[in-house]
Design a protein around this ligand. Sequence first.
Ligand code: MTE
Length: 314
Amino acid sequence: MLIKQADDLRYSDITPKSLYFNRRRFLAGVPAAFLGARELLSPSARARAGTTKLTAAKSPLSTTGEKITPEDDVTHYNNFYEFGTGKEQPADLAKNFKTSPWTVSVEGDVAKPRKYSLEDLMKVAPLEERVYRHRCVEAWSIVVPWIGYSLSALLKEAEPTAKAKFVAFESLYDPKQMLSPFQAGIPLPYVEGLRLDEAMHPLALLTFGMYGETLPPQDGAPVRMVLPWKYGFKSVKSIVKIRLVSGQPPCTWNEVGANEYGFYSNVNPNRDHPRWSQRKERRLGEFGKRDTLMFNGYPQVAGLYSGMDLLRYY
Ligand code: MTE
């Protein structure tokens, strides 16, 4: 995100993917003895190494009628800068990421602050499987069956006080397991924020799994946000802190370049990124481009922004 020019973007989005497929084609002809064990796994086994089964009822909030993106693409084309700036690096560099024990602190302007173990956090509301479109600011998109529950259930349990107007999220930063901010090219820990009413919207998903399994490390294990109407960078991974606050919290990409990455970052085909158009997107695993939809095709969130100039509040 940081270093791309418009032309680089097209180049760097497509090239690693085709190199990746070429590499797999190339590997098919290499004798097994020369390959690492990981390369011998089938695509689904490769994606699932280290994850466990997670079952959930299908949610009526799912997007319907769209092809699910192959799991192997979703788990090998990631943005997770703590584990590398290349799209395929997180799958490799995060594979030994220690996600147990894990605690998430819900704190700040709430009547009932609490530190949750992951196990307790997963029990706050019934888990649901929700198929969502997920649109990256870099103009690629995926369709994923995520597993989680609406963040609103957790926030209600914490009882926000009248002072709480925003929700600030913080990812784990463990320098022993992750790159330095210099290597990652962004300040760490990764932080994100939402207005409280956005965070309370039922579509805002506190996410523990995907494709019927717990999250693999590269996709934000053990718990992340998924905000389907916003650009992907708002969907903060490997969360350790959720803090209710009165003022607009800092957001990593907004701090890196406020004129490129706004606080709201709603998917909006009418507001170009300063270095590229946002009118079209490429679905991972497909050729050609499709139109990008306002709010990524989730008009039910429009009421959150009524009266706001969304070209100014991007
Ligand atoms: N969260 C953390 N902690 N670190 C990151 O680098 N990248 C963001 C977001 N959450 C990121 C993060 C970006 S830029 C995107 S597009 C999505 O995660 C990517 O999610 P995915 O890899 O599961 O597709």
